[in-house]
Design a protein. Structure first.
Lengths: 664, 1045
């Protein structure tokens, strides 16, 4: 018996030992819930699934939720680039906290950040981010593994084209922010030599971006739908934007000595726009007259899933408010500042002044212009109808909006009239959901919506984000043709005049309001500003097309990029002013008008409001390093600095011109 | 001689019956004493009167009398027929046996650092869990309670910081006080499972602190090992039924004392005056309204005032008084049945615990059920079998508040305008009608609940083959542990009144009925097979060895169902919703396997020179195929100096003296299941494409190709001594160096990498410390027994290498080379500014000293300009340029101690455990501690002690608004030392003589307390162990009764 046990025992132990020496399947455990590298991107269906992650990275729209992050390409403002991108330009003032601070790059104290990662939460974020490009390059290096399962090679090319579209977008953002950057073809690991790449020369870089875009246009899906997968129209639109940027940048930034190649890009831009326009698929949005005569304002408050239904959208991000929503409208409405991308914004007088009068003449020469006096915001009367759909006149829209009743209505009888609260010192966000203070007195109403669901939602707002819209394609077409010197009156009717008609100009009553090459109104004020701040005066037709662009696209996040490519960065040094704080307005705001019917929160001169010698409100009166509302521009700001640590780690990388460099 | 032999041989064949009484030294009869005939299987036990009868075959027979807790006696029968025995209580600690990996060892022969705890630390204590029972009992076994919630699992840790690890919830690298490997009867269990055990089921525990003894457990044991043994039946033991009942009452050990509405508003106004501001009209009106309310709180019109269209609430209530109960009851029932015959022993225990939580509104309740059964059988003389079935389950039912509203224990101190001024509900007569408000207590009350259930079953079978008696055994532990957890949450839609009369609901989550259902299942199979050899050669050479094989398999899966737009919040059915497509489902699953060969060799020469080698060849599925198996050995040696001849002179008073030394280097397994595999996770893309909600698969993460194991090298030096047979002394000094810690990838890669740099094995930390144990046990002539013990320990950890912070940036969760764990950087306080120290210039005070940031007012602290640059600042915020800061203290608890005191006399017994920390610095950063304000309640304790214009000699600076807590500085660093009466038990055992007729063996009553009081300088509004805003710790008073039949 004992012997038997012994044998059993020895057997057991030796079986145990022999088992343990194996390195078999039992010991190999792969992740169950996530896909181990090497098993994905093998099937046709994997390709779009992977590409899906890039949509919200580039087509950010109004972002999501209420935790806003900084927006590309400049990373100055947080939250929706469409809504807030123009803050801290000459279009809009934007406080972000109680002390009335503004971002460093407007105080002239913009410093080179020490590292790329540590400053992700800093207001002067550099945008030196390469993670999304790695995601794209990983795809481009692996998608051919699905070749065997794909029914036709065109399908494979179609998905590659989508990746090239996003790659072009990524590099477009980088060329805007940094000029030259290293061109990467691979997804890198810690032992890749490409980690130490130098900057790729601009000419080469821009050609590569254009190559990506041309590949995308050629191979990408041709299906329609602004809210669907990336299609040929979107690719053409992005191509037009990039080419307009690169063409005009080369033309005006003569220090690059690339003027000779500018027209190539401008022609590509015009051609891409032409394809979109001539497809006939798109048209400017309008509303039936019973809804209102303010289609421009209506365009930006479209809700939810309707983004795909109207024909002005080429690329739009939609929200259902339940699975995906945002708080943009609520915080836009609150207009109070805190650190997370809610701005206490207001329009500048400079923007307001640029709108033509309804007769097509500038404020300096139109007899219809009423001046800035009184307490009725009369300067907004008799103007381009888009003005009062962008900046609110008290007694309209938000100032008589009743949020407390079910549904929310714009109704003065119910809500009375609440004048904009005016103070330089923007309070932090609190829960009071009425409109917050507006430092300039010109409160924005473009992007504001009277939809109760949006106004009341911190995270479930449904306002559609128009990322690429047809109007911009028209403006790009006009600008490119004007820069090329080939613009015709037919082109103007197709573009600028179409926009003015939609806005509500009456060409019969005011023939001058229709732009024609032989009939361009003079605007000495604007020409002087160009001369003083940009050092050149564009031709009259170009000046008018740029005016049209500033007006039509106001508060859509394009202004800073425009100033950069026009080499007109100094424009932001124009003294920042708000409305005229007239004696009548001082009386209105003296604290006695607190009834519901007429409610003007108290604002005291030289305490809440500071004015210049002509009585116009001075922007940023208490902000450090800002005197008399003049913020700082330095030509080195045309390129963002590269974080010092990045230069230290990659000695082949050079610092952007004039910025602090490391010891070399 | 021959005659004698002849006589004896005659006697040999003559069977005789022997009887007698066994008593203790007080002449009380002893029941259940085993009486066995040596070298036979024959045996019996004493009855309730201590009497026995046994038949022996010859006069050479030797009777062995044994009972747990008493010294064994052997008596040769000779010709006697009546043998009365008096058993002495066993105070010979020298014979103590300690459980070590896969076996036991005599404590005197140990060469590693091992502490043992007996059943007395767990039985009939005023505690509900194993963790509570162990606080302060074992030196350098640190038990940290995160908060006082009944379901909270404490953190177990041995000797302090063990590693640096990434916390993916909070996205930061944390120094980790890692948990040791915990085994219950040889089966690996988590601290969560251990904390669910019934403390009464524990027979004993060993804590292995150094590498020598833990190496046999390999890669999981680098942070030490805790071995828990549970109770089993004894062979040859009379059947016993024991029942105990305890009822206890808990109260919070500390609660914030917040100011009332009047005091808050008074301070808001005072603060304006003290800082050259003006009191706003609104504040004055609010003050009047509050006074009016407080004069007549029952008048509903006094609850609020209007400011324009907004309601300004002006009520006054103390949310803590409303929500925290004064005394909450807990009941415990324990029933155990055990016994054994010659061949079979059994043990069954049932436990039930019912604990009421502290919430008065939205009450919480914890219930726990424990069943433990154990069965041992001597099947043949070569085969033994042990089986064990344990089951436990708890449920915790608590209110749930959406995370957006914040943590109740901090929110109640904040948002004074909601939680102090606002009622919980509006009245039917209000314009809104009766509605909930946004007061936090309304969130507790309106019906959100979370119910968590957790259960574990442990099944194990341990066969044992005796191959060569007393020499070679072959054993196996085969175990299976299915565990599960469910969580059900109902989250009804919630509209509430804030500052207008129409109810609002700000987050989507509050607008609809929601529900959540979570289910986790873990399956765990473990097999250990090992051979145990033990033999003494030529009397002096004792060799024992263990060689074994281990295999394990762990599979975890979780599914989470988020339900939205439910028709009814009570029906958590994914189809009973208005839109089933909004429901979401998440799952996660993980699997890991391991295999190992392990072994140990002990060699002992004449009980003088002791050597031990442990080793384990360990493999884990967490590593890549090529680097999966590693061998980790450890070595230790001991010298029992007291056994040397030259020590005979001191034998009288020094019965044991031993020095030990050990060294071992162990690899650690990472916590994550698949650390070395790049993987592509799938998530929602957060984008609608063509009207469809789309998912996506992300790019794989980067994994460094140069990864290896984290290694822990421990060196331990120990000294054990026993004086006068009564005083035990034990000292261990250790160094634990952990290298190759997988930490944040160095920042040395350009951002072009496009991914988080992969983690690398580059962190190094080193812990040093010591442990001291002193035990004294004695009995006086008058029968008074008493004992006293002290455990004292210390451990300090330094970070030796942390390359991702090369410039030594300071901050929370930032580490740098040379940093001592726990160090506090702060300013040096100059003093409190009085009005005369400042010059009033226009509407601002000017201080002609170093320039401080922000404005200074009388009552503010001023700081010393340590670097002499005229400005008070943080410099470049690095260790090399900290500005005007320096290291002003360290918050690591130093010299942690536990003192046990016990005495018994004539049925009364008293035992006490005092626990504490000798040195610790605390900076209390809680903003409401420093002040309140419009939106913060603020601490009344602080208000009374802080600077005011009429109290300029106060200890604390000017009471400030909560946002203005002073920076960390020397002036108000709190001495965190404390002494706490952790446990005190007073018992009375009814004399056996009185119980005999009732057939009761033992009846005992206890009165006990837990966390009774503290002696400390920590402000009384904090528990010295919990300076944070969380569920409070508790004080407990308990009554108990135990009866044994």
């Amino acid at each position: 018996m004992k012997k038997i046990i012994k044998y059993i025992a020895i057997g057991c132990v030796s079986i145990g030992f022999s088992l343990s020496s194996c390195n078999d399947g039992f010991m190999q455990q792969d992740p169950i819930q996530s896909l181990a590298e090497g098993v994905f991107l093998k099937n046709e269906g994997d390709l779009p699934l992977y590409l899906n992650q890039l949509y919200n990275v580039y087509a950010q729209g109004h972002q999501t939720g209420n935790a806003y992050s900084y927006s590309p390409p400049f990373f100055i403002t947080r939250g929706s680039q469409i809504i807030y991108g123009d803050i801290f330009t000459d279009n809009a003032i934007g406080f972000s906290n109680t002390s009335g601070d503004i971002v460093n790059r407007m105080q002239g104290t913009w410093q080179v950040p020490s590292s790329a990662t540590s400053s992700l939460d800093n207001a002067d974020n550099t945008g030196w981010r390469w993670n999304n490009l790695r995601t794209i390059n990983y795809f481009l290096n692996h998608y051919r593994e699905a070749e065997a399962s794909v029914s036709s090679p065109e399908l494979l090319n179609k998905y590659a084209a989508e990746a090239y579209f996003f790659k072009a977008w990524d590099y477009y953002q980088k060329i805007v922010a940094f000029g030259e950057v290293p061109w990467l073809e691979k997804d890198l690991n810690i032992d890749s030599p490409e980690l130490y790449s130098p900057r790729t020369p601009r000419a080469e870089l821009a050609d590569k971006i254009l190559e990506c875009l041309n590949y995308a246009v050629q191979h990408i899906s041709t299906e329609s739908g602004a809210t669907g997968r990336i299609n040929r129209d979107m690719a053409n639109f992005l191509k037009a934007r990039f080419c307009l940027f690169e063409g005009t940048f080369r033309k005006y930034h003569t220090e690059l000595n690339l003027q000779a190649t500018a027209n190539k890009f401008l022609e590509e831009c015009a051609a891409a726009c032409n394809e979109i326009i001539s497809s006939g698929k798109y048209q400017l949005y309008n509303v039936p007259s019973e809804v209102g005569n303010d289609p421009y304002w209506h365009l930006f408050k479209l809700n939810g899933m309707t983004g795909g239904d109207h024909k002005e959208a080429i690329l739009a991000r939609v929200y259902d408010g339940s699975k995906l929503g945002h708080g943009t409208s609520r915080y836009f409405n609150m207009n109070r500042g805190n650190a997370s991308g809610r701005y206490c914004k207001g329009a500048t007088k400079d923007l307001v002044d640029e709108y033509l009068c309804i007769d097509g003449l500038p404020v300096t020469s139109s007899p219809l212009f009423k001046g800035y006096d009184g307490d009725d915001w009369r300067e907004l009367d008799n103007r381009d109808p888009r003005l009062r759909q962008t900046v609110v006149k008290p007694g309209e829209y938000i100032t008589i909006f009743n949020r407390d009743e079910n549904g929310g209505v714009i109704n003065q009888a119910l809500q009375g009239l609440k004048y904009p609260e005016i103070t330089y010192n923007c309070p932090t966000a609190n829960q009071t959901p009425t409109g917050g203070p507006c430092a300039t007195g010109y409160m924005f109403v473009k992007h504001w919506t009277n939809e109760q669901i949006d106004n009341g939602s911190t995270t479930s707002g449904t306002q559609t984000a128009l990322i690429f819209r047809y109007a911009e394609a028209l403006l790009m077409y006009a600008e490119a043709k004007a820069e090329l010197g080939t613009i015709t009156n037919e082109d103007l009717d197709l573009t600028v005049n179409a926009l003015r008609l939609r806005a509500g100009f009456d060409f019969t009553k005011y023939p001058n309001s229709k732009l024609a090459l032989q009939n361009i109104p003079a605007d000495a004020r604007l020409d002087n500003l160009y001369q003083q701040y940009a050092g050149y005066v564009p031709g009259p037709i170009l000046r008018e097309i740029r005016r049209e662009r500033r007006i039509e696209m106001a508060m859509e996040g394009l202004r800073r990029e425009d100033l950069v490519r026009w080499k007109a960065g100094k424009f932001i040094e124009k003294p920042i002013r708000g409305m005229k704080f007239t004696a009548e307005k001082q009386k209105l705001y003296d604290g006695t008008n607190t009834s519901k019917a007429k409610n003007a929160p108290k604002a005291t001169l030289n305490s809440d409001v500071f004015v210049d010698s002509e009585g116009f409100i001075i922007g940023y009166p208490k902000s450090p390093n800002v005197t008399n509302g003049i913020v700082k521009w330095d030509d080195k700001y045309y390129y963002n600095p590269i974080p010092l640590q990045e230069l230290e780690l990659n000695k082949n990388l050079t610092q952007s011109p004039q910025w602090q460099d490391i010891k070399r | 001689m021959l005659l004698l032999f002849t006589f004896m041989s005659i006697a040999c064949i003559k069977a005789q019956t022997i009887s007698g009484t066994v008593t203790d030294d007080k002449n009380e009869p002893l029941i259940g004493v085993s009486v066995a005939v040596k070298n036979t299987t024959k045996g019996t036990m004493t009855d309730v009167d201590g009497k026995y009868n046994i038949t022996v075959n010859d006069q050479n027979a030797v009777l062995v009398f044994s009972l747990v807790g008493y010294a064994k006696q052997e008596i040769q029968t000779g010709s006697k027929t009546v043998i009365n025995v008096q058993l002495a209580e066993d105070s010979k600690l020298l014979d103590e046996v300690v459980v070590v990996g896969f076996g036991t060892q005599k404590k005197v022969n140990l060469t590693g650092a091992v502490s043992a705890v007996g059943a007395e630390a767990f039985e009939n204590r005023p505690v509900t869990s194993v963790g509570q029972a162990l606080q302060g009992v074992v030196p350098n076994l640190n038990i940290t309670m995160g908060d006082g919630k009944p379901s909270t699992v404490p953190n177990f840790n041995i000797r302090g910081t063990t590693s640096i690890d990434y916390n993916s919830t909070d996205n930061r690298w944390e120094l980790k006080n890692g948990e040791p490997l915990i085994l219950v009867d040889g089966v690996e269990m988590s601290s969560t499972l251990v904390n669910q055990m019934n403390p009464n089921d524990i027979e004993g525990m060993s804590v292995i602190k150094d590498a020598s003894a833990s190496a046999i457990y390999g890669t999981k044991a680098s942070r030490g090992v805790v071995l828990i043994t549970t109770k089993s039946g004894k062979f040859n033991q009379k059947g016993k039924i024991s029942y105990s009942y305890d009822i206890s009452w808990d109260k919070p050990s500390a609660l914030p004392d917040i100011m009332n509405a009047y005091e808050i508003q008074r301070f808001v106004m005072q603060n304006s005056e003290w800082t050259l501001g003006t009191v706003s009209d609104l504040d004055k009106r609010k003050m009047e309204a509050i006074e009016k309310y407080m004069a007549d709180p029952n008048n509903p019109d006094n609850r609020y005032m209007m400011n324009g269209n907004s309601i300004v609430w002006v009520g006054d209530m103390n949310p803590y008084k409303l929500v925290v109960r004064d005394w909450t009851p807990t009941q415990k029932h324990n029933l155990s049945i055990s016994g054994g015959t010659e061949k079979v022993a059994y043990h069954l225990s049932l436990g039930y615990l019912s604990e009421d939580g502290m919430y008065k509104i939205g009450e919480d309740k914890y219930n726990r059920y424990n069943i433990a059964t154990r069965f041992n059988a001597k099947v043949t003389n070569w085969f033994n079998l042990e089986t064990k079935v344990n089951y436990n389950r708890y449920s915790y039912d608590e209110p749930y508040v959406p995370s957006y509203k914040g943590n109740i224990w901090s929110v109640l101190k904040q948002d004074a305008d909601k939680n102090i001024n606002m009622p919980i509900k509006t009245l039917a007569s209000d314009p809104s009608g009766e509605q909930w408000t946004d007061n936090y207590l309304a969130w507790l009350d309106y019906g959100n609940r979370t119910v968590t259930n957790r259960w574990t079953t442990a099944l194990s079978v341990s066969p044992e083959f005796i191959v060569i008696p007393n020499t070679l055994k072959l054993k196996a532990d085969l175990s299976y542990l299915p565990q599960g957890r469910t969580m059900r949450r109902k989250d009804p839609s919630h509209y509430y009144i804030t500052y207008t009369w129409s109810p609002v609901s700000e987050q989507q989550e509050y607008k609809e009925n929601r529900g959540r259902f979570e289910k986790d299942v873990t399956d765990n199979y473990q097999i250990n097979v090992y051979a145990d050899f033990n033999k003494t050669f030529k009397e002096k050479h004792t060799l024992s060895a263990i060689l074994g094989f281990n295999q394990e398999y762990v599979e975890y899966s979780q599914s989470v169902l988020n339900l939205r737009n439910l028709f009814s919040p009570d029906v958590l059915n994914p189809n009973a919703t208005e839109d089933p497509t909004l429901n979401t489902m998440e799952t996660s699953a993980q699997k890991r396997t391991g295999r190992a060969v392990f072994g140990r060799i002990n060699y002992n020469y004449a009980n003088k020179y002791l050597f031990e080698v442990n080793g384990r060849y360990d493999g884990s599925s967490r590593f890549t195929q090529d680097g999966r198996y590693f061998f980790f050995p450890s070595f230790s040696a001991g010298w029992r100096i007291s056994e040397e001849q030259f020590m005979d002179v001191s034998k009288e008073w020094l019965s044991n003296l031993k020095i030990r030394v050990s060294y071992g280097k162990l690899g650690s397994q990472p916590d994550s299941y698949y650390p070395y595999q790049p993987s592509m996770s799938s998530t929602s893309s957060n984008y609608w494409i063509s009207g469809n909600w789309s998912n996506t698969v992300n790019a794989p993460n980067l994994v460094s190709p140069y990864l290896t194991w984290e290694k822990t090298a421990t060196t331990n030096f120990g000294l054990d001594a026993t004086f006068l047979n009564r005083l035990n002394f034990s000292l261990d000094i250790f160094e634990r160096k952990v290298s190759d810690i997988l930490v944040e990838g160095s920042a040395a890669y350009p951002n072009l990498l496009g991914a988080t740099p992969p983690r690398e094995n580059s962190g190094v930390i080193r812990g040093r410390g010591w442990e001291l144990t002193l035990e004294w046990k004695d009995k006086l002539a008058n029968g008074l027994q008493y004992n006293a013990g002290l455990v004292l320990s210390d451990a300090v950890t330094k970070v030796l290498n942390y390359p991702s912070n090369a410039i030594k940036t300071l901050g929370d969760y930032m580490y740098y080379n040379g940093m001592t764990v726990g160090e506090i950087w702060g300013y040096e306080t100059g003093g409190i500014l009085q009005a005369e120290d400042l010059v009033l210039n226009g509407n601002q005070y000017v201080f002609y000293g170093p320039r401080h940031s922000g404005n200074l007012y009388p009552g503010d602290p001023w700081l010393k300009d340590l670097n002499g640059d005229g400005v008070i600042n943080t410099g470049s915020n690095t260790a090399d340029d900290p500005g005007d800061r320096k290291i002003i203290g360290n918050n690591t608890p130093r010299y942690k101690f536990g003192v046990t005191l016990g005495a018994s006399w004539k049925g009364f017994d008293l035992s006490m455990l005092l626990q504490g920390v000798v040195k610790r610095d605390l900076w209390i950063g809680s903003t409401t501690y420093w002040g309140g304000g419009t939106n913060n309640a603020g601490s009344k304790w602080m208000y009374e002690r802080s600077w005011k214009p009429d109290q300029t000699d106060a200890k604390f600076p000017r009471y400030r608004s909560a946002a203005g807590a002073p920076s960390v500085q020397t002036g108000w660093l709190v001495n965190g030392a404390y002494l706490r009466m952790k446990q005190a038990v007073l018992g009375y055992t009814v004399p056996a003589s009185l119980l005999k007729k009732l057939h009761v063996e033992k009846l005992r009553f206890t009165l006990s307390g837990y966390n009774l009081f503290e002696i400390t300088e920590v402000p009384s509004i904090f528990d010295p162990d919990q300076i944070s805003d969380s569920y409070p710790q508790k004080r407990t008073i308990a009554l108990g009764a135990q009866i044994t039949f």
